[in-house]
Write a protein that binds this ligand. Structure first.
Ligand code: BGC
Length: 347
């Protein structure tokens, strides 16, 4: 078990960027950098014990700065979309940065994926971790309040990659944090993920309009291509989903805030399996629909459509404008907390 730290270049604002590489007792390797708290590498064994990198990404910081579809990034202050880049809270209307048509996506123009985080290494008996801290100032991308965020990225000896998010504010503000890793359990860049088999515990989803904003309904997945309550290949019914999967699923909450197993993905050739545990009420399944070969990923491989899938644990999109959705408002004196773990194994 151990952690190494190396320089990874310079951010656009002149700050130096560090890359931390965490290794657990089983040889699993997780690399994360301080720019965007981005996961750059996650090497896990296949059924024969051979390590493979299961997350999409780039070789250099410059590539991440130039143009990335949020590969491996921390998303916030509000992951996913806020309609028309505006919301009203306690009778005050706030205007956010619009970066997805008229909507705000993943925190705006300079979200948490594009700032340099302060990092600190920690180690316990059964895990190695990096703790990232950042204070998003009052008015950042239009959001109210100084928001102090901590995210602990932990690699456990039972091959779990666990993220523990906490935050506090000095003014009421919406918050919704997630991680935007694109996974391919056969190995990043080896092909598409359509034959990966997915099970999701969600029995409902939040349908969206043509700008991907929820209509407010919670509809059953039963009888639709969104039903993964019985394991199914991601590609089996994708032709019936215009554009591919990009949906928020409503998770059955066990107890508010309790860590629950919500998704399992397996890949037959490698035998790799990933389980997803979260405290959150929602999960976005995004199948890399907008990847089009224009991003040259690690070792120069062009990432084509569906080369990766994301399972972004979250609150529902546009909750600040949707009074019937679980609240995403954090008030002074409260602590925001979300825990998500991606755990790896083989069959
Ligand atoms: C969203 C997609 C978006 C993608 C950006 C996902 O979380 O659901 O609509 O295009 O992020 O890479």
């Amino acid at each position: 078990m151990g952690i190494t730290k190396t320089g990874f270049g310079t951010a656009p604002d002149g700050q130096s960027v560090e890359l931390y590489t965490l290794t657990n007792d089983n040889g699993v390797v997780l690399s994360v950098m301080t720019y965007g708290a981005i996961v750059t590498t996650l090497q896990v064994p296949d059924r024969d014990g051979a390590l493979g990198d299961v997350v999409l990404g780039f070789d250099s910081l410059e590539d991440y700065i130039r143009d990335t579809p949020y590969f491996g990034a921390a998303c916030g202050r509000y992951a996913n979309r806020i309609a028309k880049a505006t919301f009203t809270l306690d009778e005050v209307t706030y205007k956010l940065a619009a970066n997805d048509g008229d909507n705000s996506l993943h925190g705006g123009l300079i979200g948490l994926d594009k700032v340099v985080w302060q990092a600190e290494e920690t180690e316990s008996d059964d895990s190695v971790a990096v703790s990232f801290r950042y204070t998003s100032p009052d008015g950042d991308e239009g959001y109210p309040g100084n928001l102090d965020i901590e995210m602990v990225y932990e690699l456990t000896n039972d091959d779990g990659f666990r993220i523990t998010y906490t935050a506090a504010t000095d003014q009421a503000t919406p918050i919704n944090l997630t991680n935007h890793s694109y996974f391919n359990l056969a190995g990043a860049g080896t092909g598409d993920i359509l034959s990966h088999v997915l099970r999701l515990t969600a029995d409902r989803y939040t349908p969206v309009d043509d700008t991907l904003i929820p209509t407010s309904e919670l509809l059953p997945v039963a009888g639709t291509p969104l039903d993964f309550t019985t394991p199914a290949a991601i590609g089996a019914r994708i032709a019936d989903v215009p554009g591919g999967y990009d949906h928020n699923f409503v998770l059955p909450m066990v107890d508010d805030g309790e860590l629950a197993l919500v998704a399992e993905v397996s890949e037959a050739t490698s035998g790799r399996v990933m389980e997803v545990f979260t405290t959150e009420p929602g999960i976005q399944l995004y199948t890399g629909n907008f990847l089009d070969g224009s991003h040259l990923g690690k070792v120069g491989i062009a990432y084509q459509q569906h080369y990766g899938f994301c399972l972004e644990t979250q609150h529902f999109p546009d909750s600040p404008n949707q009074p019937t959705f679980p609240s995403t408002i954090l008030r002074p004196g409260e602590v925001y907390e979300q825990v998500t773990e991606y755990r790896f194994g083989t069959v």
